[in-house]
Design a protein around this ligand. Structure first.
Ligand code: DON
Length: 303
C-alpha cells in the first residue's frame, strides 16, 4: 500500500464519533470547524504524503514554543537551563502549582511558564521580536506566506489572566526581566502563528535531520542540541500526557490547543496532524489516535 492510501485508511479507522471538545478559553479558537482533519508527512529526503485538509491553516498555539525555544537555545546555549529546567512536569500546560516549590524555575520550556521565560530571554536578544521570529519560521519552512492570525493573538491577550499571573509570580523569584505586557504580546503572537499541516511538518523537519534544514542545507542547531530539543519534546511536549504519547505513538512530539500535533522520527520523517477537538488533557483526540495508528502500522517509532 502506498503511504497516501495508508493515511486515508488510518483516517477511516478512527471512531465515527469524536468525543473531544474544541478549545474555547481563547474565544477566537472556538470558531473552528470541529470536523476538519488534515495530515502531512515529509521525509528527510523530501518525499511528501498527505490526506484531508492538509493545506488549510490553523492556529499552531503551543507547537510554536519549540521554535522560540530553538531560537533562545541558539543564543544562550547551556546558560538557558539556569532559567528553565528540562524535567517532565506531569501537570497541565497552564499549571502554577510547582513554581513556588521550584523557586520560580519552570519545570520545562513546553509548559506555559517555561515558554514565557523563553520569550523573556528572547526579548533581550531580538531587535524586532515578532518580525525576527517570523523570519526564522520562514527560513525553516522555506515559505514566506506563514503569518500570525492577529484576531487570535488579540483574543488571547484579552484572556491572559493566568499567563500574566505566571509571569508576575516568576518575577517575584527574579526569573523575569522584561515588562509583562511585552512578554505577553510576544507570547500571544507566537502562539497565534497559523500554518497548514504541510507547512508545519516542513518547518520541523530540521529536527528529524540532525539540526540541518534539508531544504537549504543550513545548520540550524548542532546535532547535540537537536538531541536535546527532541528529548524535551518527547518528555514534555504533551504535558501530563507525555507518557501516554510515548506509550501509544513513540515519537518526540508537540501539541497545541488549536488541535495540531507535530511528531518526528530522527533521521527519517516528520508528520503533522490537525483535528481541532481536544481530549481532557488539551491534546488533539483524533490526532493522538491517528499517530498511534501511523506508528503502529508503519512500525516506525523510536522504540
Ligand atoms: O498559553 C496558552 O494557553 C495557549 N496560547 C497555548 C496553550 C497550548 O497550546 C497548550 N497545548 N496543548
Amino acid at each position: 500500500m502506498n503511504v497516501n492510501d495508508l493515511l486515508a485508511k488510518l483516517h477511516a479507522n478512527l471512531p465515527a464519533e469524536n468525543t473531544g471538545v474544541v478549545a474555547s478559553y481563547i474565544p477566537e479558537l472556538a470558531h473552528v470547524d470541529p470536523t476538519k482533519f488534515g495530515v502531512h508527512a515529509v521525509t528527510v529526503d523530501q518525499r511528501e504524503f498527505c490526506f484531508g485538509d492538509s493545506d488549510e491553516g490553523f492556529s499552531i498555539q503551543s507547537i510554536a514554543k519549540v521554535l522560540s525555544l530553538t531560537m533562545a537555545y541558539q543564543r544562550e546555549n547551556q546558560k538557558l537551563w539556569k532559567r528553565v529546567d528540562v524535567e517532565p512536569s506531569g501537570t497541565p500546560f497552564n499549571s502554577l502549582i510547582q513554581l513556588e516549590q521550584d523557586k520560580g524555575i519552570p519545570r520545562n520550556p513546553m509548559i506555559n511558564a517555561g515558554a514565557l521565560v523563553v520569550c523573556d530571554v528572547l526579548l533581550d536578544y531580538l531587535a524586532e521580536p515578532r518580525k525576527d521570529l517570523l523570519a526564522f519560521v520562514h527560513s525553516l519552512s522555506g515559505d514566506d506566506s506563514i503569518g500570525v492570525n492577529e484576531r487570535v493573538a488579540a483574543s488571547e491577550r484579552e484572556t491572559s489572566a493566568r499567563n500574566r499571573a505566571l509571569i508576575e509570580f516568576m518575577r517575584s523569584f527574579g526569573n523575569i526581566r522584561n515588562d509583562t505586557e511585552r512578554i505577553l504580546d510576544f507570547y500571544c503572537s507566537l502562539c497565534a502563528i497559523e500554518m497548514t499541516c504541510s507547512q508545519l511538518s516542513r518547518t520541523f523537519l530540521f529536527l528529524a535531520n540532525q539540526g540541518v534544514s534539508p531544504f537549504t542545507g543550513e545548520r540550524i542547531v548542532s546535532t547535540s542540541m537537536t538531541k536535546r530539543l527532541n528529548a524535551i519534546m518527547q518528555l514534555c511536549g504533551l504535558y501530563d500526557e507525555a507518557g501516554e504519547f510515548a506509550f501509544r505513538v513513540g515519537l518526540p512530539g508537540k501539541s497545541g490547543v488549536g488541535g495540531g500535533i507535530v511528531a518526528l522520527r530522527p533521521r527519517d520523517y516528520c508528520v503533522a496532524v490537525w483535528s481541532p477537538p481536544l481530549n481532557y488533557k488539551g491534546n488533539s483526540h483524533f490526532g493522538m489516535a491517528f499517530l498511534e495508528g501511523f506508528t503502529s502500522e508503519v512500525g516506525d517509532s523510536i522504540y
